[in-house]
Write a protein that binds this ligand. Structure first.
Ligand SMILES: NC(=O)c1ccc[n+]([C@@H]2O[C@H](COP(=O)([O-])OP(=O)(O)OC[C@H]3O[C@@H](n4cnc5c(N)ncnc54)[C@H](OP(=O)(O)O)[C@@H]3O)[C@@H](O)[C@H]2O)c1
Length: 269
């Protein structure tokens, strides 16, 4: 059901016409996948694009004809684009990395005030969401975990937004600080990675990984290790999962921010 476009389409049968989508950042990797893939999804039309250089009146005009803004741009732009869309009564669906908790609160508040929905997800991959789900289960029982993420060398940010979401989920499910063994003699600054939510994160950036990437969690304790790894590659498959989010955000009962692709498909994470 989750991977079926048709099944997701049934979730918004109230729509009598295709959902009109505007894509911001259409020249980026994700933007190109959206403009080419979303029109192939049931009940979705692309009616416009927003580029960095677009003047304000042109942005207003483009948004005026839309139901949903799909945003994969840059952290410096995402909050402003989402709020601008909400102001115009357009529901944002964003996967831009690096937005802060405060950004998300602002989007949630604005969407609630406007009586519409919004979606932000650090990872629009089904199996990425399953990884989060499994991580939360393991984190309830295990005190030590580290995250390794690997992406292409041109990725703008490090760590990945998804690695930070994983760390946040692990800390939340664990309910307490995780064990972070101190190193007595660290001879290379930064060699133990960064800490987010009390969880160590290590980022690899390798040119050959384009367009692949992975996130690996290594839990340890009681003379046992548990490794859970999610690999992904290519961009085409995102059109289907983002289409599910577009349909979800159009459901009449959806008001305020839906956070994470798990919440879009009804998986508690
Ligand atoms: N949630 C997920 O599952 C997921 C998956 C993949 C990627 N992402 C995230 O999505 C974002 C885009 O990824 P990508 O790989 O497509 O990046 P990309 O190839 O670098 O493309 C970024 C796009 O955003 C535009 N942009 C940059 N700054 C902007 C600004 N200030 N105002 C308006 N547009 C701006 C760029 O326009 P110009 O051409 O003018 O520079 C470009 O079109 C990143 O944050 C990435 O981490 C999320």
């Amino acid at each position: 059901m989750v991977t079926s476009t048709k099944g997701a389409g049934r979730a918004m049968t109230t729509a009598t016409r295709p959902i009109r989508v505007v894509v911001s950042g259409p020249d980026g990797r994700m933007g190109r996948a959206m403009t080419s893939g979303l029109p192939r999804e049931q009940g979705i039309d692309i009616v416009g694009t927003l580029r960095r250089a677009d003047a304000s009146p042109s942005v207003a005009k483009t948004l005026a004809g839309a139901d949903v803004l799909v945003d994969f741009t840059h952290v410096s732009a995402a909050r402003g684009l989402m709020l601008r869309a909400i102001e115009a009564g357009v529901r944002p669906v964003s996967g831009t990395s690096g937005v802060t908790e405060e950004d998300l609160r602002a989007v949630d508040d604005a969407a609630r005030a406007r009586g519409i929905g919004a979606v932000w997800a650090a990872n629009f991959r089904l199996m990425g969401v399953l990884l989060t789900h499994f991580a939360r289960i393991a984190a309830r029982y295990v005190d030590t975990v580290e995250i390794i993420e690997a992406h292409h060398a041109t990725k703008a940010d490090a760590p990945s937004g998804f690695a930070k979401e994983l760390a946040r989920n692990i800390r939340d499910a664990h309910g307490d600080a995780l064990f972070d063994p101190p190193v007595r003699n660290e001879t290379l600054a930064g060699v133990r990675g960064g800490v987010h939510g009390g969880v160590r994160v290590h980022s690899l950036r390798l040119p050959e990984l384009q367009p692949n990437g992975w996130h690996e969690l290594i839990f340890a304790g009681g003379q046992e290790l548990l490794s859970i790894r999610h690999d992904d590659w290519g961009y085409e498959a995102y059109a289907m999962t983002v289409a599910n989010a577009v349909r979800k955000v159009m459901e009449p009962g959806v008001v305020g921010l839906v956070r994470g692709y798990g919440a879009v498909i009804g998986l508690e994470v």
